[in-house]
Design a binder for this molecule. Structure first.
Ligand code: ZN
Length: 267
């Protein structure tokens, strides 16, 4: 069985379309959404509708989903650009769309699989914290009862592995540098189109799959992952898409210019 794991689509239809074409090519069976389907970019309604046509077996709520679904005065801790995007996005969605977003769970373990999904962190999913290092990962692993946990939120791909206890002198939690180098090189376009992890029995993995619609790892390509439960691999893909078209729509919608320019830079 192949599961595609998509996070932080953020209303970017150009990026989502390319990702879904790739999923078709790869023979993906089922889809998992890690949240923030909407917000920032200019096609929130189209992305939401498209996601709901898929075999979506697991979908958790992101902070943008929550704020778009909620009352205007509930937008806390957002910068002015994100706030403007949330308010604009609300105007593009129907009450039913917003109700659908509001019903999404904060975290979900997919029955009959090894997978748990959460947008931010398992220990306190509605605090919208970020996982950037082994200490954050350690907190999350204490609440992770499946071998695999997929996360989003930071828009930066990063992976951690927790090894089984062999001796107390071993370092148990490791950052998986193959998944994404922590020291992002400027020559980001030279990165491979995909990176694959083989899952070891008895290990736990915490994987941020990156962002489909607004990457922030200085690599503007759309990022998502596919878990193959037969081969026991997780592969992350980096796909170019029509950034200029997504940018033109942002400007035409009257959204902040910064939301357009950042797409080309992957920041
Ligand atoms: Zn996001």
């Amino acid at each position: 069985m192949k599961y595609a794991i998509l996070s932080d689509i953020h209303g970017n239809l150009e990026a989502l379309s390319v990702v879904l074409d790739k999923c078709k090519e790869l023979g993906v069976d089922e889809f998992i959404s890690l949240g923030d389907i909407v917000g920032y970019n200019a096609n929130p309604k189209e992305c939401l509708d498209l996601m709901r046509t898929l075999k979506l077996v697991c979908a958790v709520k992101g902070n943008h989903d929550e704020y778009v679904a909620g009352a205007d005065n509930a937008i806390e801790g957002f910068n002015p650009h994100a706030r403007a995007a949330v308010i604009w996005t609300k105007s593009q969605l129907t009450p039913e769309d917003r109700a659908w977003l509001s019903r999404l769970p904060m975290r979900q373990t997919l029955k009959g699989t090894l997978i748990t999904a959460v947008h931010a962190t398992l220990d306190s999913p509605d605090s919208w914290g970020y996982i950037f290092d082994e200490h954050h990962a350690a907190d999350n692993f204490s609440y992770q009862f499946t071998p695999l946990c997929f996360i989003g939120h930071s828009h930066v791909p990063i992976g951690f592995c927790k090894k089984p206890i062999i001796s107390f002198s071993d370092r148990m939690i490791e950052c998986l540098t193959d998944w994404e180098s922590r020291n992002t090189p400027e020559s980001h376009f030279k990165r491979a189109d995909s990176v694959s992890l083989s899952l070891d029995a008895g290990h736990k993995y915490l994987l941020n799959v990156g962002s489909v619609g607004q990457p922030r790892n200085k690599d503007p390509r759309a990022s998502f992952a596919v878990y193959d439960s037969d081969l026991k691999t997780v592969t992350r893909y980096r796909l170019p898409y029509d950034i200029e078209s997504a940018q033109a729509k942002i400007i035409a919608a009257g959204l902040p210019e910064r939301l357009s320019s950042r797409l080309a830079l992957g920041i």
